[in-house]
Design a protein around this ligand. Structure first.
Ligand SMILES: Cc1ncc(COP(=O)(O)O)c(C=O)c1O
Length: 389
């Protein structure tokens, strides 16, 4: 199997596994227990949370650990909107967000919130997939409680200008949440510099374990009040109850540190491998159509590639080459046969969206397997074309 689906998830780095194992097998103390085993695991976990905060340039007491970005998004959006002191009743997001944001907005809309979904720049532009800043500005009013904009898109890799989005959001007194699940560990994320109020991330997209994520709450410039969504033992200052997960949290910190240490070199290498796939396939198949922003580091995540085939459906190509892991939409929506909402939001037709595929190149990919993958992909494509004749 050649794994080219690093936007769906990533392999846990062996160095991360090594950092986690002692906190599963040796010191298994409940970090909230008062005895030595608990105190030791609490201290190690606390150090890991501080390290995570430093890597995001966030205050150390602003980090709430969760089970992943879906939970973080729910806590950020629902938590803010349902707080008893929340008076504003309008919330704003973008049409290309992940379902872990869009579905929360839909639910709040059913409960009386006014919702605006802002469109994105259309396909064919360098900044395709980036929220239309003018429309965003027009959408926000004095009743807007929250703006939620993802930092980088999971299907087309479009990178949002978060500093500008923060300025626009704050100008009318709204708070800004960013689902930075695809950005943290891949591109520099500095919450203080970008002035983000709430930020979600998850470990399994950055070579860490599944089931561990974080929500950054408040960057010290503005007060953020959240209504807890999970109540119980009162852990994490009551914002998110439940026994914390020392191994997962220590693993996430280790994973984020490795990403930060290697980011420039990693992005250069992964970008070259991504470009190689695009070049090989584009040379061999007439009429490939790139979906989303320009293939450069300013506009697009370096490992991301998304394009439409001229004749074959993405799902059929995937089935024809089971030895290559890639995706015909986002992993989270692959169960549905509807074309990707991200691609159609870019103005791409339903037919072209169905002929689209997404590749995500990552840390463990090597140049020789990229060559091999391209050969297998082209062979599968030619077989499908011959069958279609
Ligand atoms: C942009 C984005 N947000 C949220 C999620 C959900 O993250 P998790 O699997 O940690 O719940 C994903 C995962 O696909 C994602 O890509």
């Amino acid at each position: 199997m050649i794994y080219l689906d690093n936007h769906a998830t990533t392999r846990c780095d062996p160095r991360v596994v090594d950092a986690m194992v002692p906190w599963l097998a040796e010191n298994y103390g409940n970090p909230h227990s008062g005895h030595a085993l608990g105190v030791e695991s609490n201290q190690a976990m606390h150090n890991a949370v501080e390290q995570i905060a430093r890597l995001l340039n966030a205050p150390s007491d602003s980090i709430v650990m969760t089970s992943g970005a879906t939970e973080s998004n729910n806590l950020a959006i629902r938590g803010l909107c349902t707080h008893p002191r929340q008076k504003r009743r309008h919330i704003v997001t973008v049409s290309t967000e992940h379902p872990a944001v869009l579905d929360v907005f839909e639910d709040l809309q059913k409960h009386g919130f006014r919702v605006t979904r802002v469109p994105v720049q259309q396909d064919g532009r360098m900044d395709a997939g980036v929220v239309d800043l003018q429309k965003l500005e027009e959408a926000i009013d004095d009743d807007t409680a929250l703006v939620s904009v993802m930092w980088a898109n999971n299907e087309i890799g479009a990178i949002a200008p978060m500093k500008e989005i923060a300025r626009i959001s704050h100008s009318r007194g709204a708070l800004l949440h960013s689902d930075a699940t695809q950005a943290v560990g891949r591109i520099p994320v500095d919450v203080l510099d970008a002035d983000i109020d709430l930020l979600s991330a998850t470990a399994h997209k950055l070579y860490g374990p599944k089931g561990t994520g974080l929500l950054m709450v408040g960057n010290s410039n503005r007060r953020v009040r959240l209504n807890p969504q999970i109540v119980g033992g009162g852990q994490q200052r009551g914002i998110r109850s439940g026994t914390m997960n020392p191994a997962g949290i220590i693993g996430m910190a280790a994973a984020m540190q490795i990403c930060a240490d290697q980011m420039t070199e990693h992005n250069h290498r992964v970008g070259e491998l991504r470009d190689r796939i695009w070049m090989r396939l584009n040379e061999a198949i007439d009429g490939l159509h790139l979906n989303g922003p320009a293939l450069d580091q300013e506009h697009r995540l370096p490992g991301n590639l998304n394009f439409a085939l001229p004749q074959i459906e993405g799902q059929a190509w995937m089935s024809a080459v089971p030895q290559i892991a890639f995706s015909s939409g986002s992993a989270c929506s692959a169960a549905h046969s509807t074309p990707s909402h991200v691609l159609t939001a870019l103005g791409i037709s339903e037919s072209r969206a169905r002929r689209s595929v997404r590749f995500g190149v990552g840390r463990f990919n090597q140049a020789d397997e990229i060559e091999e993958a391209c050969e297998v992909l082209l062979e599968g494509h030619n077989q499908l074309l011959a069958l279609a004749k």
